[in-house]
Write a new protein. Structure first.
Length: 267
């Protein structure tokens, strides 16, 4: 059995980019996964509503159908290597990595840990003579990112499991308009005071604030997909679309209808 068939993943392209000409990209979406590793200089990477300022040694990840943009710093433009890849197992592999859809920017990593694998992929014939060898190199590269996530996973094991339970309940029930902090406390069999203390200690927000933020983040995705404001509001637990519009505008500085239109123009 071929390596690519066994792992459900394969590289599509790889290269090196010197951005002294201030080459930038986006906003837009890509149809594959892409990892960039910054060799020198610095720049910015925007994913959704969050912008990361990145420097040499850091990596950033682009996922399919995710609106992103990136640009070099005008005074110290970056140079980076990159690899595009696709496959059924990509998301599963990245979920165990220090670089994943929820954490698309990685802390600085030494060049000797990563750069040789990128350079190797850049030199290969990805579709012909080196096709299976290239899959193996890509898996080793992703394995480095996974190994670097091990210390973070050990830290997460020390966390109070109740906060993870609460977040799981929110992810499962946020779409219901009647779902609230009291619902979470009741399902967990804890008091509102205890629940509030857990959230304040972990993220500095109350459960209600976290729930609202989660609903708004989910609504962004639906608006980007082209759903109407009313459909989005009802799908994310906002019984009143007008209230949703007010909250969205206060949070993002624009009404959801304008936000939706931006992505309609891109598509």
């Amino acid at each position: 059995m071929l390596v690519s068939e066994m792992n459900g993943i394969r590289p599509v392209d790889a290269g090196r980019q010197d951005c002294h000409d201030l080459h930038s990209w986006g906003p837009g979406v890509r149809q594959c996964y892409i990892i960039h590793y910054i060799i020198s200089g610095k720049g910015t990477f925007t994913c959704g509503k969050k912008t990361y300022t990145l420097t040499a040694g850091q990596s950033f990840l682009i996922c399919p159908e995710q609106v992103v943009q990136y640009a070099p710093d005008e005074n110290e433009p970056w140079e980076y290597v990159w690899v595009d890849f696709v496959g059924e197992q990509c998301r599963q592999i990245l979920a165990r990595s220090v670089l994943n859809p929820q954490q698309p920017a990685a802390p600085p990593l030494r060049q000797e840990r990563l750069l040789p694998y990128f350079e190797c992929l850049c030199q290969m014939e990805l579709y012909r003579r080196n096709s299976q060898e290239a899959v193996g190199v890509l898996l080793v590269l992703l394995g480095v990112y996974q190994d670097l996530a091990e210390p973070q996973r050990e830290e997460r094991k020390k966390e109070d499991p109740r906060i993870m339970e609460a977040m799981a309940l929110i992810a499962a029930g946020y779409h219901r308009s009647e779902f609230c902090a009291e619902t979470i406390a009741r399902k967990m069999a804890v008091s509102r005071t205890t629940l509030n203390r857990l959230f304040q200690k972990k993220i500095g927000w109350s459960p209600g604030q976290y729930l609202l933020e989660y609903r708004l983040q989910q609504s962004e995705k639906l608006l980007q997909m082209g759903m109407t404001v009313k459909q989005t509001a009802l799908s994310c637990g906002f019984e009143d679309p007008f209230y949703y519009s007010r909250v969205f505008r206060k949070h993002y500085g624009m009404p959801p209808s304008d936000y939706r239109l931006q992505f309609a123009e891109i598509q």
